[in-house]
Design a protein around this ligand. Structure first.
Ligand code: NAI
Ligand code: OAA
Length: 350
């Protein structure tokens, strides 16, 4: 069972056997390797995400930062794994700067998760400042890094980060991403199950944002023929997949293990683009000139410099067109809320 789990992860490029010939070759070739930091590393997402990143041979230095005192222990625990990365744990005053120094990629799952009955926007009051202060330190310690934001509400935390980076004069829109990969994972899983297909072969675009009705899967792009009632049910389940987990955990938090997988998968894509110089296609919530909202999730082509191209959503059927129009005001309001907070934070705190 566990063997099959590992084999699947290896196919996705998330895991490799420790010190494979590939890893030894990278070591000896002097190829460029990567330092990755996880901010919020002791949390429900942070710990399994750090494990998956520790197993990724592209990562040579893994810095774990969290305000929780257990963080050096999490690093000590992972440091016993025979992979090619050195892991360090950081907590306390000044520790964030140490963790971020020389980072190529910073993954940020710091902040509070939802409880039943809450929306992601209800997390804004706490998580907005956590993301703003983390990104402000990133601008000082690793101004050229790629920033992958997991902390909710993503529709607002990414615009917040952009305003803080602009105020710090280090903003590069190509390197700031809201991680929406879990929406893609859910779409692949639920539609694959429904179509009785290998879920790894299923591709479903998911566009918009990362909260309820702003999450829009495009079933018309899957090649499947769906009855309207099935389209309604599948679309609703993908939009509200987060709530399914929040309710099942009964007050114990939101998706952590699936998010760790999704976050590691997206990080692997960014690292592959940086390291191999090949164009990698992904979905992410990025600054967008498509005209739907200032930040929008759609297909992006990544290369060494980050987002090389943001792709439009393509043809929509009538059902998707209606949902698309309905989503725009909510998404724009959440983005604007983030921008306003980011500007105010920059004025008052930076
Ligand atoms: N983008 C997405 O698809 C998803 C996003 N999330 C979001 O990810 C966030 C984290 O979720 P969990 O890991 O389940 O929560 P958690 O509460 O288990 O872990 C969060 C961690 O952040 C740490 N933290 C708090 N303030 C910090 C700061 N200033 N600097 C560094 N670390 C700090 C905490 O000590 C804790 O260890 C939540 O906002 C959640 O809503 C969750 C699932 C999916
Ligand atoms: O639902 C939540 O609060 C966490 C999340 O973003 C997700 O699982 O998609």
């Amino acid at each position: 069972m566990f063997g099959r789990f590992l084999a699947t992860k290896m196919q996705h490029g998330l895991l490799q056997k420790p010190m494979t010939p590939f890893v030894r070759m990278i070591h000896s070739s002097g190829a460029r390797l990567n330092k990755v930091a996880v901010v919020g590393a002791a949390g429900g997402i942070g710990q399994p995400l750090s494990l998956l990143l520790k197993l990724n041979p592209r990562v040579t230095a893994l810095a774990l930062y969290d305000v929780a005192p257990i963080t050096p222990g999490v690093a000590a625990d992972l440091s016993h794994l025979p992979t090619n990365s050195k892991v360090t744990g950081h907590t306390g005053d000044g520790a964030l700067a140490d963790a971020l120094k020389d980072c190529d990629v910073v993954v940020i799952p710091a902040g509070v998760p939802r409880k039943p009955g809450m929306t992601r926007d209800d997390l804004f009051n706490i998580n907005a400042s956590i993301v703003a202060s983390t990104i402000a330190q990133c601008a000082i310690s690793c101004p050229n890094a790629h920033y992958l934001i997991i902390s909710n509400p993503v529709n607002s935390t990414v615009p917040i980060a952009s305003e803080v980076l602009k105020a710090k004069k280090t903003y590069d829109a190509r390197k700031l991403y809201g991680v929406t990969s879990l929406d893609l994972c859910r779409a692949e899983t639920f539609i694959g199950e429904f179509m009785n297909k290998d879920q790894r072969q299923v591709k479903v675009p998911v566009v918009g944002g990362h909260a309820g009705k702003t999450i829009l899967p495009l079933l018309s792009h899957t090649g499947g023929a769906f009855k309207q009632e099935d389209k309604d049910a599948l679309t609703h389940r993908i939009m509200f997949g987060g709530d399914e987990v929040v309710q099942a955990k009964q007050g114990g938090g939101s998706a952590t293990l699936s998010m760790a997988y999704a976050g590691a998968r997206f990080t692997e894509s960014v690292l592959a683009a940086i390291q191999d110089g090949k164009v990698v296609e992904e979905y992410a919530f990025v600054e967008s000139k498509l005209g739907y909202a200032p930040f929008f999730s759609s297909k992006v082509s990544l290369d060494k410099g980050g987002v090389k191209e943001v792709h439009d959503v393509g043809a929509l059927d009538d059902f998707e067109k209606k949902l698309f129009e309905e989503m725009k005001p909510e998404l724009n309001a959440q983005v604007e809320k983030g921008i306003a907070f980011g500007k105010k934070y920059a004025e008052e705190k930076l």
